[in-house]
Design a protein around this ligand. Structure first.
Ligand code: F6R
Length: 242
């Protein structure tokens, strides 16, 4: 584990964008595993900025996203497909046909999970997987549980996560209750993992994930077993680490 401590969210975003840029420059045909949520937004903005300045070329890049709400289509402004288009894909020269997100409209969970695992496998594997961290230690939508789930699967979101997501919806009833997510195996198979974390409300999750026991009760703690993890976090997020 390599930890980069940054002063604040902005510096965290810039550092993360630097690492993603390095990956794209060193391997223009790379596969990026991407995340949504509020934490990576600043890094995406920085990447867009550098692209617009001519420093980055995404034309050879393939992307696979971690997760998507079940029941939302890509045109729904709360879907993760929409989020990715809005925050990154619409502003850089990535080939949209090589940006993959689980299909939230597929009703048949088993079918979609098998299909998405094949999509990820067909890319040749993820070179760099970007992750955020949930306050309960979740990664993707792998929620605290009594076993690590392996491949892409359908999850019932925890009340904690539903509450956290409700800020994006007009009413709690509209918040999706299920999501498709890459599993722990898919995430762990990435060659390199880059986790971004900001804020004091994540400090306990950071401590438990990286310095506590490895347990499915803290899904991100599995990352202790991965040989190449970079944690980019601001001072507040690292405040519980001595
Ligand atoms: C999003 C995802 C989630 C988030 C996590 C943190 O694709 O996989 O695990 O990374 O919920 O979300 P934020 O960054 O909004 O605190």
């Amino acid at each position: 584990l390599r930890i980069y401590q940054t002063k604040d969210y902005q510096a965290m975003s810039r550092k993360a964008a630097n690492i993603i840029s390095a990956q794209v420059i060193l391997k223009p045909e790379c596969v990026l595993g991407l995340a949504t949520g509020s934490t990576p937004v600043g890094a995406y903005q920085q990447l867009v900025d550098w692209y617009q300045k001519g420093d980055l070329d995404f034309s050879g890049v393939t992307t696979v996203n971690l997760d998507e709400y079940k029941g939302l289509d890509g045109k729904n402004s709360q879907s993760y497909r929409y989020f990715m288009n809005y925050n990154l894909f619409d502003h850089v020269n990535v080939d949209k046909s090589r940006t993959f997100v689980p299909n939230g409209l597929e009703e048949d969970g088993e079918k979609e999970c098998a299909r998405y695992d094949q999509v990820v496998a067909a890319t040749g594997g993820v070179d760099l997987q970007l992750l955020g961290l949930g306050r309960n230690g979740h990664i993707g939508f792998n929620e605290p549980c009594d076993e690590f789930k392996k491949g892409t699967h359908l999850v019932a979101l925890s009340q904690n996560t539903i509450d956290a997501n409700s800020r994006f919806f007009d009413s709690i009833d509209e918040v999706p209750k299920f999501a498709y997510t890459m599993g722990i195996r898919t995430i762990m198979q990435a060659r390199k993992i880059l986790m971004v974390v900001s804020g004091e409300d994540k400090a306990e999750a950071v401590r438990k994930s990286f310095f506590g026991p490895c347990t499915p009760e803290v899904p991100a703690s599995i990352l202790q077993m991965h040989p190449d993890v970079i944690l980019v976090a601001d001072e507040a997020a690292l405040s519980q680490i001595a």
